[in-house]
Design a protein around this ligand. Structure first.
Ligand SMILES: Cc1cc2nc3c(=O)[nH]c(=O)nc-3n(C[C@H](O)[C@H](O)[C@H](O)COP(=O)(O)OP(=O)(O)OC[C@H]3O[C@@H](n4cnc5c(N)ncnc54)[C@H](O)[C@@H]3O)c2cc1C
Length: 503
């Protein structure tokens, strides 16, 4: 990395940036507005950048990247700052330039016949959903931060969420990309072609790169038909090991209609109900092994209602639930009887991270496992962690084999006295044995560099370093994120809640 620029060079750089994007769009260190870009949803990262620049066009992004490169200044792309791993935060010891994409917020095109939408990187996820719905289609990417997260951030973290079981992750929805590379050149691959085998897929390289290979400026996404009917509910299972059977039977009977299949055990629902008194347990007897699900169909047949007012889809779901209750797999179930009840279930699901954060300090794991291994992981971990004094708080996109497994302090325990390092070691040993991944959908950022260094296959790390060195030889594109430095120590930051810092 080049030495930090002198103050004269800095002034020259900022003057040129101001010429490119307008003086009002260059925020300086002393500016109150800069503080906004120095904190994210987690509240765990604190560092002040050289400045924050807010370009409006791809051309301006390219000019800023070229200017920063010429001055040896690292660039940190920033979108909605809802990332959970510190990837979009300026890092200490670097006089970096935060490039915020928020002003690149145009929907460039909506092709209803081709069922695609072209949006700039600063468009908020919820806006894309709304624009698609206005055209009688859906953009299915859905998660708790959708009101703030932006397209550039969602692509760069390859965000998942609650509908992946049906529609896939952001990567699977994206069919075109525009990006500014570390040398300032612009890759324009916004054709939206469903088939294009003309060499390496640079789109796939940029997706999930967390801003380390370039700045995404726009993208094209597939849109899907709007569901005509939905059946949403909550189940109590006798055993978590039966969850794959429930999922598969629902899929088989509804033509693969499951859109969400979420693990919500009692401990997590209790924490949500405590944090948000308006939210109530969905079942009369709280489920120890709870499952929130939604099945949907775009077929007119499935939306047809019988005399009792239930849709054909609902009848199919009822039949599965009844069968599995008789088999002793499902202990209890409720189906939302109105749109409001359905939305209440979604609100409960999407409040979980805030509820766990409000509950106190916690170490969050975002892991994935083969479906068949989930029950063993949860049973082994829950026992081991309780023995160490932790209270596990778990939810997960179970249909994708993705668990958000959080460790909080057990009753009467002092968080600081708990053996967190030993707990992490046990968890990751078990995860490796069961062939899981230590980051399912949130990425690596700064917070998981230590785990990445320890657990990622050396040959894969070497390939990533080679790609990074080839595209960004000066290492100026979001340094200190995603790829652990070779040999040197990183300073692992524990994934903890903001409250922990005050204790
Ligand atoms: C309540 C809550 C619930 C969440 N639920 C989920 C969930 O279910 N599934 C899930 O996957 N995630 C979830 N997240 C995490 C987060 O919302 C996603 O990672 C989201 O995609 C981040 O988008 P952002 O715009 O906030 O990105 P930021 O936080 O601003 O940035 C994230 C990363 O992308 C890089 N980046 C940002 N913009 C660009 C760009 N234009 N070009 C290149 N790099 C860029 C940044 O440098 C950083 O490394 C949740 C977060 C919260 C707070």
């Amino acid at each position: 990395m080049a030495p930090a620029p002198s103050s004269t060079q800095t002034e020259e750089l900022l003057r040129k940036c101001a010429k490119s994007v307008g003086a009002a769009q260059v925020l300086r260190g002393g500016d109150d507005q800069v503080a906004t870009y120095c904190k994210d949803w987690t509240g765990r990262y604190a560092a002040t950048p050289l400045a924050v620049v807010r370009p409006k066009t791809t051309q301006e992004v390219s000019e800023i990247v070229r200017l920063c490169r010429a001055h040896g200044v690292p660039v940190v792309p920033s979108s909605g700052r809802t990332g959970l791993c510190g990837g979009g935060m300026p890092i200490a010891d670097h006089s970096s330039m935060v490039v915020s994409l928020e002003r690149m917020n145009a929907v460039r095109d909506l092709d209803a016949d081709g069922r695609s939408i072209t949006v700039e990187a600063g468009v908020v996820l919820q806006t894309v959903q709304e624009r698609a719905r206005d055209s009688g289609l859906i953009f299915p990417l859905t998660f708790g931060a959708q009101g703030s997260a932006m397209i550039g951030g969602a692509l760069s973290t390859n965000a998942g969420g609650s509908n992946v079981v049906k529609y896939g992750t952001t990567r699977e929805l994206c069919i075109g990309i525009e990006a500014v590379m570390p040398d300032g050149s612009v890759i324009n691959a916004l054709t939206g072609l469903r088939k294009d085998n003309t060499g390496y897929d640079l789109k796939d390289l940029l997706i999930g790169a967390e801003g380390t290979l370039g700045i995404v400026t726009a993208a094209v996404f597939k849109l899907s038909p709007i569901p005509l009917t939905r059946t949403t509910g909550f189940l109590s299972l006798a055993a978590l090991s039966d969850a794959p059977a429930v999922l598969n039977r629902l899929q088989d009977r509804t033509g693969g209609g499951v859109e969400a299949f979420e693990y919500m055990p009692r401990a997590a629902v209790d924490v949500i109900c405590r944090a948000f008194p308006g939210i109530r347990q969905p079942l009369e007897v709280p489920a120890e092994t709870g499952l929130f699900f939604e099945v949907a169909s775009s077929r007119a047949d499935d939306a047809t209602q019988g005399d009792d007012g239930a849709s054909h889809l609902q009848d199919m779901v009822f039949a599965v639930l009844e069968e599995m209750m008789e088999e002793g797999v499902i202990l209890d179930a409720m189906i939302a009887q109105s749109e409001q009840q359905r939305l209440d279930l979604w609100t409960m699901r999407e409040s979980v991270l805030e509820a766990i954060t409000a509950n106190g300090p916690a170490y969050h794991m975002d892991i994935s496992l083969p479906l068949a291994a989930i029950a063993e992981f949860v049973a082994t971990m829950d026992d081991a962690m309780a023995n160490m004094g932790f209270q596990p708080l778990t939810v997960g996109h179970l249909g994708d084999g993705n668990l958000h497994y959080a460790l909080s302090a057990g009753p009467g325990q002092d968080w600081k006295a708990l053996p967190l390092e030993r707990a992490k070691e046990e968890a990751f040993d078990l995860l490796l044995r069961l062939k899981g991944s230590f980051s399912a959908e949130h990425g690596i950022g700064q917070s998981k560099l230590d785990v990445m260094r320890k657990l990622k296959q050396e040959s894969q790390l070497a390939a990533m370093r080679a790609i990074k060195a080839a595209l960004d030889p000066e290492g100026l594109m979001n340094p200190g994120k995603l790829i652990p430095a070779e040999g040197g120590m990183v300073s692992p930051r524990q994934e903890t809640t903001p409250k922990e810092r005050t204790r």
